[in-house]
Design a protein around this ligand. Sequence first.
Ligand code: NAD
Length: 535
Amino acid sequence: MSADTAAPASPAAGSTPLRRPASVTDELVRRLVRRVSSDDSSAPWPLTEVYTGDHVVDLPQSTPHDIERAFAAARAAQVEWAARPVAERLAVFDRAHRIFVDNAHLTTDLIQVESGKNRRMAIEESCDPPMVMSHYLTRAKRLLAPKRHGGPVPVVSSSTEIRVPKGVVGVIGPWNFPFATGISDAIPALMAGNGVVLKPDNKTALSPLWGIEMLERAGLPRGLFQVVCGEGPDVGPTFIDHANYVMFTGSTATGRTIGERCGRNLIGCCLELGGKNPMVVLEDADFDEVVPGAIFGAFGNTGQICMHVERMYLPRSRYAEFRDRFVAATQALDVRAAYDFTPDVGSLVSPQHLARVQAHVDDAVAKGATVLTGGRARPDLGPAFFEPTILENTPPDAIHATLETFGPVVSLYAYDSLDEALALANDTDYGLNASVWGTDLDAACAFGRGIQSGNVNVNDILATAFASKATPSGGVKASGVGARHGDQGLLKYTDVQNLAVLKKQVMGARPGQSQDAYVKQMLSSLKLMKRLRVR
Ligand code: NAD
C-alpha cells in the first residue's frame, strides 16, 4: 500500500467547536504563572492551547537575577525544612497524595491544554506523582535513617552513614510529560530534605505549577519549591551554577551540555535522555496481545514517550500477518482533538515539532522507505496533528532509522534468526527501553537479558517497567546517566557523611612495642577479622 492508497488515519473532527475545559479559567492560569520567579523585565512567552493555537496566558520569563533569587529563596526555606524530622516531612506527602488524586481531572485538563495529548494519556500522567509518593512514603524513612556500621577495630570503633540533603536540587523537565517529570522527580528530593528549583519547558509550565500549588495546599513550606522559566540555553548556565545537583530529563544533545557544566562545577546529575527503542516479536507471540501493544508502543502519547517504540522486528515467517493486522488497527484509530476520553490519539506538541516529524518521514521516503499508512500532517484536525505512520523498507541511512523521531512513526523489519534480531535491537547508540513479546516467558526473558537497555519489558511496551517504582529506571549508552525510582531515586539527592568514632586509641604500635611486632600483630589480626566477618 502506498501513501496515495492509504486510508485516512481518522474520521474528521466533529462540527462542534472545541472548547477549552471550563476548569482552566483565566483566573487559574494567571494565578499559576505568578509563581514563576520573574521581575517581568523579559518579554513573556505566549503559552498556547495546542489543539487550537489560541493564546492561553503570557508566561513570565526569568532573567539570571530572577534565577539567583529563586535559588536563594529555596535555600533559605530548605534550612528549616531539612531540620524537621523525616516523619514530619513525609506527612506533607501523605496529605498531598489525596489532594493529587482528588484533583486528577483538573490536572488532566491542564496537561491536555498545554501538550495536546489525548485524555487517556493525560490522566495516566496525572497518576504518576501519587504513585511516586506512595512508594517513597513506605521507603524514605528507612532510607534516610542513619545506619551504624562496624569500624575497622571491633568493639572500640564504629562508623555511621548519615544521609545529608544536597541543598537545592535543580530539576529541568521536557514538554512530553511535564507534570510527571516536573513533580515526580522533585518528590524524593523534597522528602530527603532538599529545596527544589524547577525549570519546565515554556510550552508546558502550567501543570507543574499546579502541582506545586497542590503540594503547598498539603503543607509544603512556601518558597521551598521555586520555578524559573525561559529558553534552555538562556536559563541553563545560571541555573546549573546555583544548583547542588541537577535532575535533567530531555534530549541526549541537551543532556551532554548539562552534564558537561555539572562536571565542571563538580556537582552530581542524573540525565534521563532519548531512546530509539526496539520491539522484538518472537515466533510464538500472541498477536491478539502484540497488535494492541504495538499500537500503544508506536502511537501512545502521539509517539512522544521517551520509552516508546520506533523500530519493530518480526520473524520473517510472521511478518506479513503482523504487518496487515497492525496497519488495519492503525487505520481504525480515532485521531482527534477532544477533551474527553474518546480519541485514541491526540496532537503533537507544536507545529515546530510536526515539521521535524514530517522531515524524518520525507527523508525516509526519499531514500526508499514505503509508507504503509499515514505519513501526512492533518491540519484539518488541528495545527500540529500528524497521522499515525508505519514505514517498511526504511534504509539504514534514513534519519528515522537511527535517530529519535519522537512522533507517531514506526519502521517494520523482518529477521531470520534470534541472533540477528538481537544484533538489530542492539544496533543503536541508545539504550533506554526495549519490548519483547513471546508466550514462552523464559525464552522471552532470556532474549531480553541480551538487550543493552536500562529497561526491558516482556509482553508490555513500557508501563510495567516505569510503574515498578521500587526498581531503578534509567537509560544506558546515550540514553542517560543514573536513574529515577528505587532506592537510588531518592538517595541520589543526598550526600553521605561518614561519622566515624574511635572509643580508645588502639591503632598503631603500643608504647615499647617494636615496629616488627606491631606489623606482625596487625597482619594476623587482618586474617582474624576476615574470618570473623566472612562467618
Ligand atoms: P530538550 O532537551 O530540548 O529540552 C528539555 C528541557 O531542557 C526543556 O525544559 C528545555 O528548555 C531545557 N533545555 C534545553 N537546552 C538547555 C540548556 N542548554 N540548558 C538547560 N536547559 C536546557 O528535550 P525536549 O525536546 O523538551 O524533550 C524531548 C526529549 O526528552 C526526547 O529526546 C525524549 O526522549 C526525552 N525524554 C526522556 C525521558 C527519560 O526519562 N529518559 C523522559 C521524557 C523525555
